[in-house]
Write a protein that binds this ligand. Structure first.
Ligand SMILES: Cc1cc2nc3c(=O)[nH]c(=O)nc-3n(C[C@H](O)[C@H](O)[C@H](O)COP(=O)(O)OP(=O)(O)OC[C@H]3O[C@@H](n4cnc5c(N)ncnc54)[C@H](O)[C@@H]3O)c2cc1C
Length: 327
């Protein structure tokens, strides 16, 4: 494959695919390189697939064929291994081939991994994560086989949404959270209390102030030598922006890839958007600001604006069945 595009985007989440489609709609040549194979899908809908069988189809926003038809050159199942900033090219590899692709402008939209705290990394085979379509495909049969209970570790947005969907699917769910209220980063105290009462009413067992110590096969290890047995353990304790490529290439990184309010990294020809980007010290890892970044960068790259990106106020809501929670 020898694409002719000058703008190269790495990553096909809502940041990368969104930008590629917007640029293509303005007849700007663009190549999208992605490790994904399934298509461009909606990550926020992942957990709904546990409670609603139609979600797996609904969450597929565009097939690769649709993206190509829209004018995007797509390289799927392809990992970018490194960035050569001097030559302005990326080194890529797929199962069947490898090569270098030149760019004039490169956009890093490499997203984030699910966070696994250091001490738990060695116990990774004892629990599951829900961060991608592949994770979902691995999890669905496991969820189907659950006879007794499912343990969720983490009572943030993703842990709570997963608990809600698994409960709706008829599973017995126990959720462990290290602090004294659910979704403490997003919700007010009264909203957390409302969510707790809702979950308890539904029969979800919520264990607050419980710092999980680690895992053994089929067991969550708790303080004071206690443990909890579960058929399936799901960990959702945060996210980690993917910064390795940027670090290797000598770009400035913090928790994410550092970018200015022009969404530019420390290299003028390389932009960062989405979960991976730390823009003026802030990471905007949710849908609305990412859409705003995509729109702004499309305008910027097509010469329609010279003003910087300014973050707005982004209302958000949790997708909890039977409860409206906005903030
Ligand atoms: C279960 C779940 C529920 C969520 N619910 C909500 C919600 O209700 N509301 C909300 O606003 N947000 C929600 N979010 C967050 C939201 O989904 C993310 O902020 C958003 O999807 C991030 O998009 P992105 O494009 O930045 O990254 P990603 O979607 O992570 O995409 C990154 C892409 O980069 C590719 N990639 C990475 N490295 C390489 C490489 N070296 N070579 C090639 N490809 C590479 C990956 O394969 C992937 O395609 C949720 C997230 C999850 C996981």
């Amino acid at each position: 494959m020898q694409p002719q595009s000058k703008i190269v985007i790495i990553g096909s989440g809502m940041a990368g695919s969104g930008l590629a489609l917007e640029l293509a709609a303005r007849q700007i040549p663009v190549t999208l390189i992605t490790g994904e194979t399934a298509g461009y899908y909606s990550r926020p809908l992942l957990s709904h697939a546990f409670s609603d069988q139609t979600t797996k189809d609904r969450m597929m926003l565009k097939s690769w064929k649709d993206m190509e038809t829209a004018g995007v050159t797509v390289m799927t199942g392809t990992r970018v291994l490194s960035i050569n900033r001097e030559e302005k090219s990326v080194l890529w590899e797929s199962n069947s081939s490898s090569g270098e692709l030149p760019y004039d402008q490169l956009v890093l939209a490499t997203g984030s991994d699910a966070l696994i705290p250091g001490p738990w990394k060695a116990q990774k085979t004892h629990f599951s994560l829900l961060n991608s379509y592949n994770d979902l495909e691995n999890l669905l049969p496991k969820v189907g086989e659950v006879q007794n209970s499912i343990a969720i570790v983490g009572g943030g947005l993703i842990g709570c949404e997963v608990a809600s969907d698994l409960n709706k699917a008829g599973k017995k769910v126990t959720l462990f959270h290290g602090v004294d209220r659910l979704m403490e980063r997003q919700l007010s105290e009264s909203q957390s209390a409302e969510l707790l009462a809702h979950f308890q009413f539904l029969g979800i067992d919520i264990r607050l102030n419980t710092m999980v110590k680690g895992f053994e096969p089929g067991k969550v290890l708790l303080p004071e030598g206690d443990s909890f047995s579960a058929d399936l353990i799901l960990v959702a304790v945060g996210f980690l922006p993917r910064t390795e490529l940027a670090k290797q290439a000598g770009l400035e990184t913090g928790r994410g890839i550092k970018a200015s309010d022009f969404l530019k990294t420390s290299d003028d020809s390389i932009f960062a958007i989405g979960d991976t980007a730390e823009i003026n010290g802030q990471i905007y890892a949710f849908v609305l600001p990412i859409r705003s970044q995509v729109k702004w960068l499309t305008d910027y790259l097509s010469g329609k604006t010279t003003e910087p990106w300014t973050p707005g106020v982004y209302p958000a809501k949790a997708k909890i069945h039977g409860l409206q929670l906005k903030w």
